[in-house]
Design a protein around this ligand. Structure first.
Ligand SMILES: *Cc1c(COP(=O)(O)O)cnc(C)c1O
Length: 470
């Protein structure tokens, strides 16, 4: 039973019409949004009623109640009508952050997308002959040039590339995979499940930590369609291990007449060991090793748009092009534009490292990042922000995107130590701001890793932090 007092509080609740008359709302209501706003008002009043009934709220006057309701309604209206996809400053230090959209595009890629978006283009027209052309032609040209492969095809993402490859060459056939490579990438991409989808039959060989060439050899039957090597992108097996290399598989495949495929996952075009990362063979090196088919993502280490790149032997790629599934997972013109421009950068590796944001972030030296962090710290120190203390901090960035999970890139950041609130509260404010800021929480402080903050974002980052702490 509610007390008499609670019932009195309920009488302070305004009607929907009373709220609609408030001057703060009159200005934002139009014939188009009226219905939505009325329903937001109704829900907000209903929430307030629940608060009173649950004794969570004991308002002193109707004016106060109206003010709270108006504030909440405006907040909800703003949220409802603002875009769902918002700008984020990534201060997490994770470079290829899948939740934040993986790779940023280079200037040339942006221009190419802009051109393709605002103009008609020769997407599927051969300007020499005036006849129908293929959207893959410009991509195939540059991909074969920079990888040394015979042929290439690009689809929506690497998951669909693997599906298309298996479905084309191994449908109703056996595919041999090491037990150490039966990976899950996340977002329900699991090698055994993809295998079922494609119509191929998975044959597991070896053990979790050791698989020898002979394990593959002994599993080959007349129904074997493929030897598959999968990059264990997002985890590492360390210690007492033995993986069969692509070269070893190629040697075996040649002898037995079975094609070899390598799902590289990230697929880098640059030897990243020069930046302190572990050595991994580049796409060109795997091509040279003789794999018949190689697949990798466009938006991981390549640093381009979301795409699945397939390179390999011409006869197999031609078959894949003709598979009806290929039409269902074909790329759009923005991907063609952005990927061609990104790949063009790789004609000059040194300049690619500077122009492709993902590579630039990976190659940034600790000295450069130190300077960036000092600049940011000085900005904070010039303000009189009592809500937090600031200091320089040595930190560690990650490649992300399931690539090189154990690799650590030494970096510098600014540590924010809140004085009278907890870090979780502040990071939740940071996520609400425009642009939103994603930072790292470290025990009782927040760390802004400067590696993933672009030069032109430092001003916005500073403004958002200052606002959230005021
Ligand atoms: C990331 C990854 C995939 C999936 O690629 P998407 O482009 O995200 O679809 C598949 N295989 C491996 C080994 C990967 O690392």
């Amino acid at each position: 039973m509610n007390s008499e007092k609670t019932l009195n509080y309920l009488q302070l609740l305004p009607s929907v019409d009373e709220i609609l008359q408030q001057k703060e709302l009159i200005n934002i209501i139009t014939p188009n949004n009226r219905k939505t706003i009325v329903s937001i008002i109704r829900n907000t009043i209903q929430d307030y009623r629940q608060d009173i009934l649950g004794e969570a709220s004991k308002p002193s006057s109707m004016d106060k109640v109206i003010k709270v309701i108006i504030d909440n309604v405006i907040k909800k209206v703003n949220k409802q009508f603002s875009p769902g996809l918002r700008r984020v400053i990534n201060a997490s230090g994770v470079i290829i952050h899948t939740n934040l959209g993986r790779s940023l595009l280079s200037e040339s890629a942006l221009q190419a997308v802009n051109m393709a978006a605002s103009n008609y283009s020769n997407l599927e027209l051969n300007l020499d002959s005036g006849k129908r052309g293929s959207r893959y032609t410009p991509l195939e040209k540059i991909i074969t040039e920079v990888t040394g492969a015979e042929a290439a095809l690009v689809v929506n993402n690497n998951a669909s590339a693997v599906l298309l490859a298996l479905g084309t060459i191994a449908n109703n056939k056996e595919v041999i995979v090491s037990r150490g490579q039966l990976i899950e990438i996340g977002g329900s991409f699991r090698i055994p499940d993809v295998m079922v989808q494609s119509g191929a039959e998975l044959v597991e060989v070896g053990t979790t930590n050791k698989t020898y060439p002979n394990d593959y050899k002994n599993a080959i039957t007349e129904n074997t369609g493929l030897l598959l090597n999968v990059h264990t992108s997002n985890y590492r097996i360390v210690g007492f291990t033995r993986e069969t290399t692509v070269s070893e598989l190629v040697k075996l495949g040649k002898k037995e007449g079975v094609p070899v495929m390598s799902d590289l996952g990230s697929g880098s075009f640059v030897d990243l060991s020069q930046f302190g990362l572990p050595y991994e063979p580049t796409v060109a090196e795997i091509v040279k090793a003789g794999a018949d088919l190689i697949t990798f993502s466009g938006d991981k280490l390549l640093g381009g748009p979301q795409a699945g790149v397939i390179v390999g032997k011409k006869d197999i790629i031609e078959k894949m092009k003709k598979n009806p599934l290929n039409r269902a997972i074909r790329i759009d013109k923005f991907t063609v534009a952005a990927l061609e421009a990104t790949l063009n950068e790789y004609r000059d590796i040194n300049s690619a490292v500077n122009k492709i944001p993902t590579l630039k972030m990976i190659s940034n030296s600790p000295e450069e990042l130190y300077t960036k962090a000092v600049d940011m710290l000085e900005k904070f120190n010039q303000e009189n922000l009592t809500a937090a203390k600031f200091q320089l901090v040595k930190t560690v960035s990650k490649v992300g995107g399931g690539a090189m999970p154990t690799a650590e890139l030494p970096s510098w950041g600014v540590e924010i130590i809140p004085q009278n609130s907890n870090p979780n509260e502040i990071t939740s404010y940071l996520r609400e701001e425009e642009p939103a800021v994603i930072a790292r929480i470290n025990d009782n402080s927040i760390i802004l890793d400067m590696r993933t903050v672009k030069e032109d974002q430092t001003g916005d980052l500073f403004d958002v932090i200052r606002k959230s702490l005021s």
